[in-house]
Structures are given as structure tokens and as C-alpha cells.
Design a protein around this ligand. Structure first.
Ligand SMILES: *[C@@H]1O[C@H](CO)[C@@H](O)[C@H](O)[C@H]1NC(C)=O
Ligand SMILES: *[C@@H]1O[C@H](CO)[C@@H](O)[C@H](O)[C@H]1NC(C)=O
Length: 482
């Protein structure tokens, strides 16, 4: 082959590796699994809702994933922190999220998207589940699927969050949530080109917690393909408070025992008790340690400081960000975890079959034993078969060109941290804690965290950019000759 053709072929190969896309993930048994490598994915996540619930402003055509400058700033910080997943609570499916989704994708960060919103008619109302399960509601949540189904970093959808938050609310609601899961999964099967898992995010309310999980993991008539089952179970867990807590005192032993035999992945969809501040997050080493491998990691509540006082960073009114001590503490904990070891473990080959749904699976807590799942409301079949209308935006990845964060970032001591930028991950990998410590705040950039030497992503990524540029020059020259 003439050498210039060889260069072209080589160039094409390298160029295609520049079009980054994290590898899609699917569920196998108890695990989230990378569909390409077959390795397990542990969720190392942060709940992301800048501005809190009030940050969701569809009337101003804005939600957490509509401002590319903000997403670049936050993706760069979350990447440096070591996160591989965010959870986003409220999105408007009539808005375009391409830039933000592409930025998080380039950072190697997956997204778990809640399909609901706090607005009327946009969630199952726990006080009136039957009246709120209607075709208008389904149109909205199918719109969210349309909006996010084409992003490779869409990891999963939450069909509902904490609808059952006490015994009374666990009486009538459960069959409706199963109905919503069924409808979402039927919609995804018909309109997406890959499976996207659907599940429920539960409040840690005893005694209904175990019943909630038992109710959602079971299979109607034992049919393992039953669409109304949850594909995974998220637990909002705040039982580990302060640095003195232990695996036992925090009740992590009970949780681990409860979910050890789960037929579906279980992870913390929120965690990080704030009763003792600053938080030291030593539950991180428990969650990713040997004893809790049955769980698939978790998401820290939450990225930004809001009224509820759980922030890792403060977003200042002028758009700058100040890292809080919690950010530094969490980064230190993430850096201690041997994530690559956990993720490289082959997923459990013996997957546990979902038990057949039966009232015997549910205790006498008062939780529903009703497995008679409501039929889809009028008009739903048509939506599922033919798709939602064009008022909903169909998302797609777009090139990410800017990587430098333009807003100023301040360390915990108030000094500016310079040189914060998004490092595009290579080889379609997802992000992992890098050993970096982003908190020097001394005009210098990122200090080395004292981890064993490992090439930083920064160096590697810039090499890639340079060789891409050089190859482009080769292309241009070859093109001139032809
Ligand atoms: C888990 O499964 C094993 C083996 O089937 C069984 O012996 C054990 O009791 C189960 N544990 C729980 C908590 O259900
Ligand atoms: C932005 O606001 C923060 C908090 O009020 C302040 O400390 C910082 O100096 C401001 N930065 C700029 C660039 O205006």
C-alpha cells in the first residue's frame, strides 16, 4: 500500500477514536455491565441539581442540562473529583440537552435521568395515583426517553422517586409505579436502539424498605421478561453519619444482608448524611469495599450547596464556584478506593432469578400485596406504538470543542485554582478517580495527591489532541496531492 494511503488508514483509525462516546451499559443479573468490555461498572456518582428543585425552570427554557458553560464548569470539577455518574432530577423534554450531554460524555460521566418533574401532571401523585396516571403524563415521560435515548452516556431512567415514603403511601401506589415502569420499558423497546434500564429510587423507610425492593424486583407469573419489574433498585440512604460511624453502627451490615441476594442491581441513589459537618465520607470506603460488593456503588447527595445543606461546592451568584471542605474530603476518599479492581471483577456469572411475584414476598408492614397492575390509560398504546409527537427534542451527541473552564474556581482556602479544564477521556472509557487533588488554591494547579505515579489523563489527552492535529495536517497535505 502506498505510504500516503497507509497514513490515511492510520489517520482514519485515530480520528474515529477521537469521536468519543462512553460505552453503553446494560444490566446483567446483579450488575451494571459495560457492553463492550463485559466488565462491571460501579457507580461513583454525585446527584446534580444546581439551584435545587427551583433550578428547574421550564418557563425560562432552562434546566440543569441546558447551559453548556455551566455544564463544562461542573463536568470538569466532577471529573476531577473522580465521578463517573450524575443523577439529574428534573429535565424538560422540549429543551435541547445536546451540548451538556456531550460534555458529560466527553468527561466520561454517565447520566441517570429522572423522568418526572415537580410540576403538576408530571409525576405520579402519591395522594392520587389513579388520577395522575394518564396519557398526558405518559407523553411527558416518553418525551424524556426520546430526549435522552440517543446519548451513549444515558445510563438509566428513574421511573419514580420516593413515592412510597411511609406506610399509608405504600398501600395504593406500588401497582401504579410498576405500570409506569412497564410503559417506559415498552416505549424504550419500541423506539430506542439499545436497552436503557428503568428503576425506582426508594426512601429508606423501615419497615417498608425491604418490601419495596421485594415488590419491584419480583416477576409477574415468574416471567423474567416481565416489563413491569424494576431493572435496578436505588436506595436513598442517610444512615452513616459522621466519621465515628462504622459498617455496623450505620446499619450497612443490615443493608448488605438485605440485598445480597437481589436479582437486580442495588445502589445508593442518594447518600451522605450531613448531621456531622464537614462530612468526612468514610462510608465511601465501606461502600466500595470487600464487604459491600453486592451493591453497585452510589451517588453522593449532592453537587451544589442548596438550602438543604448537602453541597460539595458553592455556586456563587457570579457563576464562579468555591469548593467546600466536603469536596476535598470526598475526593480524598474516592482516591483511596481501588475502583479499577472492583470494576475489573467479572460480573457474577450466576445471576439470581427474580422470584415470582407473590403476596408471600411482602411482610405485614402495610405495603401493598396487590400485583394486579393497571392497564395503560386510554391513548397510551398509540403513543407507545407510534411515538410521541415532534414537540419533544430528539437528542444527539455534538462535538465538544471548548474544554477550558472560563469561570473562576476557588479552593477551600478561597484562593483561585487555575487551569481547570475538561480532559476528554480516551478509548471510550468512563471516568475514574485519578489520584489528583483539586484544592491547592495556591495559584498553582492541581497538586499531586500522593498516589503512585500514573500518567494523568491531562497529559494523555493533550497528546491525543496534538497527534490529531498533526494527522489533520497530513490529511490536508495528502488532499492537496490528490
Ligand atoms: C440468600 O440466598 C442463600 C442461598 O440461596 C440463602 O441461603 C440465604 O438465606 C439468602 N439470604 C437472604 C437474606 O435471603
Ligand atoms: C464572585 O463571587 C464570589 C462570592 O461572592 C467572590 O468571592 C468572588 O471574588 C467573585 N469573583 C468574581 C470574578 O467576580
Amino acid at each position: 500500500m502506498p505510504s500516503f494511503l497507509r497514513s490515511l488508514a492510520l489517520g482514519a483509525t485515530l480520528f474515529s477514536s477521537l469521536s468519543l462516546a462512553v460505552r453503553p451499559v446494560e444490566i446483567r443479573g446483579q450488575d451494571f455491565v459495560d457492553t463492550v468490555t463485559g466488565k462491571r461498572l460501579m457507580i461513583i456518582g454525585v446527584d446534580y441539581q444546581p439551584g435545587g428543585q427551583a433550578g428547574y425552570k421550564p418557563q425560562e427554557r432552562s434546566d440543569a442540562l441546558t447551559d453548556a458553560d455551566v455544564c463544562l464548569r461542573d463536568a470538569a470539577l466532577l471529573q476531577s473529583l473522580g465521578a463517573n455518574t450524575i443523577r439529574v432530577y428534573n429535565v424538560d423534554p422540549t429543551l435541547n440537552h445536546d451540548e451538556c450531554a456531550s460534555i458529560f460524555n466527553a468527561a466520561g460521566i454517565y447520566m441517570i435521568i429522572d423522568v418526572n418533574s415537580p410540576f403538576g401532571g408530571e409525576s405520579i401523585n402519591r395522594a392520587e395515583p389513579e388520577g395522575s396516571y394518564h396519557v398526558g403524563y405518559l407523553g411527558r415521560i416518553f418525551g424524556v426517553v426520546e430526549n435522552f435515548k440517543n446519548y451513549p452516556n444515558t445510563l438509566a431512567f428513574f421511573a419514580a422517586n420516593e413515592v412510597m415514603n411511609d406506610v399509608p403511601s405504600s398501600k395504593d401506589n406500588p401497582p401504579f409505579i410498576r405500570a409506569v415502569q412497564r410503559d417506559l420499558k415498552n416505549y424504550i423497546a419500541k423506539h430506542a436502539d439499545r436497552t436503557i434500564p428503568v428503576g425506582y429510587s426508594a426512601a429508606d423507610v423501615r419497615p417498608i424498605l425491604e418490601d419495596t425492593w421485594a415488590y419491584y424486583q419480583c416477576a409477574l407469573d415468574g416471567d423474567q421478561d416481565d416489563k413491569s419489574r424494576s431493572d435496578f433498585f436505588g436506595l436513598n440512604s442517610y444512615s452513616w453519619c459522621g466519621g465515628d460511624a462504622t459498617f455496623e453502627t450505620a446499619g450497612y451490615d443490615v443493608i448488605t444482608e438485605m440485598f445480597k441476594n437481589s436479582s437486580i442491581p442495588v445502589f445508593f441513589s442518594e447518600y451522605g448524611c450531613n448531621e456531622v459537618q464537614p462530612r468526612v465520607f468514610n462510608e465511601v470506603s465501606a461502600l466500595y469495599g470487600e464487604e459491600m460488593t453486592a451493591l453497585s456503588g452510589g451517588l453522593i447527595y449532592e453537587y451544589s450547596q442548596e438550602e438543604s445543606d448537602y453541597g460539595l461546592v458553592t455556586i456563587n451568584d457570579n457563576g464562579t464556584v468555591s469548593l467546600m471542605t466536603d469536596f476535598a474530603n470526598l475526593q480524598e476518599q474516592y482516591n483511596k478506593v481501588d475502583i479499577s479492581l472492583i470494576q475489573s471483577t467479572d460480573p457474577s456469572s450466576t445471576s439470581i432469578k427474580a422470584p415470582k411475584c407473590d403476596s408471600k414476598l411482602i411482610s405485614d408492614s402495610g405495603f401493598s400485596k396487590d400485583f394486579d397492575i393497571p392497564e395503560p390509560p386510554e391513548g397510551a398504546e398509540d403513543l407507545i406504538n407510534n411515538g410521541v409527537d415532534d414537540g419533544y427534542v430528539r437528542g444527539k451527541l455534538v462535538p465538544v470543542t471548548a474544554t477550558k473552564v472560563t469561570q473562576k474556581i476557588y479552593g477551600t482556602n478561597g484562593n483561585e485554582i487555575t487551569g481547570v479544564e475538561l480532559k476528554k477521556v480516551q478509548n471510550d472509557d468512563s471516568n475514574v478517580p485519578s489520584g489528583q487533588v483539586l484544592n491547592s488554591g495556591e495559584g498553582g494547579s492541581n497538586e499531586d495527591g500522593g498516589q503512585p505515579a500514573e500518567p494523568t489523563k491531562k497529559g494523555a489527552a493533550s497528546t491525543l489532541t496534538v497527534s490529531g492535529g498533526a494527522l489533520f495536517a497530513v490529511f490536508a497535505m495528502v488532499a492537496m496531492f490528490l
